[in-house]
Design a protein around this ligand. Sequence first.
Ligand SMILES: Nc1nc2c(c(=O)[nH]1)N[C@H]1C(S)=C(S)[C@@H](COP(=O)(O)O)O[C@H]1N2
Ligand SMILES: [Mo]
Length: 200
Amino acid sequence: MCPVTDASEQPARALPPGQRLAKDFPVLHYGPVPRFRPDSWRLVVNGATADGAEHQIDIETFSALPRTAVSADMHCVTRWTVLDNDWEGVGARDLMAAYPPADDATHVMAWAEYGYSANMRLDDFASPRSVLATHRGGEPLTPEHGYPLRLVVPHLYAWKGPKWLRGIEYLTAERRGFWEERGYHTLGDPWREERYSYQE
Ligand SMILES: Nc1nc2c(c(=O)[nH]1)N[C@H]1C(S)=C(S)[C@@H](COP(=O)(O)O)O[C@H]1N2
Ligand SMILES: [Mo]
């Protein structure tokens, strides 16, 4: 069963091709929900950083970064869409300002607990609407939706936004993430319906 509404419920606006409105807010991920351990939790920024160093950001340091709010629709490649999610957290551009990439960085790998990963172009990550989200709808993320931190890149399919985010790796060449290695598109723009790697 797909968690979508019936055709009589009209979306508030046009959806990307092949998408339908979800009922409520589905939970979808591969593997178990990790437990948050605040003492050992770090967000790692590494790879092609400007200073060549690996940065280990603890939760207190992360909490001191500038905050931003973004309202965005969420499109899962399995064809459901959730409109108007109010995310709050740290803008990707503010993270990049604090922990900048090297000049030759072109791509990002976003890493989650248990080795889940998603790749994207640096320009996609650097969108003013990309947010490392701690809250949705004014409440902290629930464990199954990514507590304490998830990446949201609204203009890409939602698999490009790891829940339980633990790392941003700057890359100087494209590498493929978890789903991108398993037949999904390296770019993943829902408006262009970039679902599968055979379309590349
Ligand atoms: N760590 C992790 N993040 C993930 C996934 C996953 O399997 N593991 N699935 C992605 C997919 S395919 C979707 S559609 C969204 C679903 O987010 P939600 O469960 O909050 O609706 O999470 C994304 N982030
Ligand atoms: Mo998805």
